[in-house]
Write a protein that binds this ligand. Structure first.
Ligand code: SDX
Length: 393
């Protein structure tokens, strides 16, 4: 097809799969979704358009976008009985534990009506997941702070609805600033998909066995929780709070370089990017926009993060190891300024990444040659040896 190319990595590929959804050039710091650069999508598109693009392969027309957004909006409500699942958790349960549990529980509500061999039913399940994640995420937050759940509204955009369900209370609607809603939408775009990262590979592997998509996404959420992956945005804030001030930055840079110290500079480094993560640049710009809008542009955490970045990028270890800020380095500062507790940061990552997970799951399910994933190993254990009865051991 015109415009499509076969990317020759120039090495014997150890690729886990073929995919036409997202392209990353780690050396050049390039990220594209279906051929569109992330910088352009973040600047000129919105999350609903990016969801349509990831799922269907093309940017929608006005009419297609309106129908898609409406279809998503009319799936945002949860089955009322699912509320019981939240009440089983302790109030101080980590919201990611709640997400894994409640999203997995969606299987019990929709599994029987989801024939994964029917493309239409796969798409309905995908729409349900994209639509319900903000509702579940907001409910996880409300439950953790002891406030009543707030139902979704059909007159709000995807990002506005999430902010409304999270921060409105019966006594007072959350006043949605267009700048904040736009920033929230852009944060969702920046997290939407990222090729075969650990959690996406988890979703694909789970899906390859024929498991239902709700269970597969719950598996993806569990994998994303790790601090080396999506949990890093929460870990960055914890790290910045521990560093506390600019005069302690060098001490922590030294810890990060010390092979005997397990400390890693959170929000820095990437398995694929050996250049600046293009999402981090947009996230930093968004951080300035949000803090300006909130009248806290002198937020000490931002100043500390920028000084940490400046020093690290001038350090020969970080230069030699090609370690740059990644998507998680600035996102937490924005989310904290918006009023989210650090425990909700990875929940927002999972919310936004759901479209990438379901797009990749659909791509795998559409492949007629798809087989169950079955990674192999290099065996390093004993050669064969005779059994020894216990009285002779
Ligand atoms: C995400 O895969 C994806 O696409 C993920 C993601 C997505 O959108 O799905 O982009 C989201 O997970 C971003 C990454 C978030 N995690 C963090 O910010 C945690 C801090 N980062 C590190 O834990 C680390 O950079 C990883 C886990 C992200 C990558 O680790 P790797 O695969 O070991 O990185 P590498 O092989 O390039 O490391 C090269 C060297 C190693 O030292 P040596 O073995 O060569 O001696 O650099 C070191 C690493 O130990 N190193 C760091 C470091 N990151 C790597 N040293 C100090 N601080 C760091 N942050």
């Amino acid at each position: 097809q015109t415009g499509h190319f076969t990317y020759d990595p120039g090495f014997t590929s150890t690729a886990s799969c073929d995919s036409a959804i997202t392209y990353i050039d780690g050396d050049q710091g390039v990220l594209m979704h279906r051929g569109y650069k992330i910088e352009e999508l973040a600047a000129s598109s919105d999350y609903m358009e990016v969801c349509y693009l990831l799922l269907k392969g093309e940017l929608p027309t006005e009419e297609e976008k309106t129908k898609f957004s409406t279809d998503i909006t009319y799936h945002t409500m949860l089955h009322e009985q699912l509320i019981q699942f939240f009440r089983g958790f302790r109030r101080d349960a980590h919201p990611m534990a709640v997400m894994v549990g409640v999203v997995g529980a969606l299987s019990a509500f929709y599994h029987d009506s989801t024939d994964i061999n029917d493309p239409h039913q796969r798409m309905v399940a995908s729409y349900r997941l994209i639509a319900k994640m903000p509702t579940i995420a907001a409910m996880a937050y409300k439950y953790s702070v002891g406030q009543p759940f707030v139902y979704p509204r059909n007159d709000l955009s995807y990002a506005e609805n999430f902010l409304h369900m999270t921060f409105s209370v019966p006594a007072e609607e959350y006043k949605i600033s267009p700048t904040i809603a736009r920033a929230m939408d852009r944060i969702f775009i920046l997290h939407a998909d990222h090729e075969q990262n650990a959690s996406t590979s988890t979703v694909r592997l789970a899906g390859s066995s024929g498991a239902n998509p709700f269970a597969c996404i719950a598996a993806g959420i569990a994998c994303l929780w790790g601090p080396a992956h999506g949990g890093a945005n929460e870990a960055v804030l914890t790290m910045l709070e521990e560093i506390g001030s600019v005069d302690r930055v060098q001490e922590f840079i030294a810890k990060a370089k010390d092979k005997n110290d397990p400390f890693r500079l959170m929000g820095f480094g990437h398995r694929v990017y050996k250049n600046y993560d293009p999402r981090a640049k947009v996230m930093q710009e968004t951080c300035h926009e949000v803090l300006d809008e909130l009248g806290i542009k002198d937020e000490p955490m931002l100043k500390l993060a920028m000084e940490l970045e400046r020093i690290a990028l001038e350090d020969e270890y970080f230069i030699e190891k090609k370690l740059f800020p990644n998507v998680d380095f600035y996102s937490g500062i924005i989310l904290k300024a918006l009023g989210f507790p650090t425990s909700m940061f990875t929940v927002l990552f999972a919310l936004a990444r759901t479209v990438g997970w379901v797009a990749q799951w659909n791509e795998m399910m559409e492949d007629p040659g798809q087989k169950i994933g079955r990674p192999r190993q290099l065996y390093t254990g004993y050669a064969e040896r005779p059994f020894v009865p216990i009285n002779k051991r």
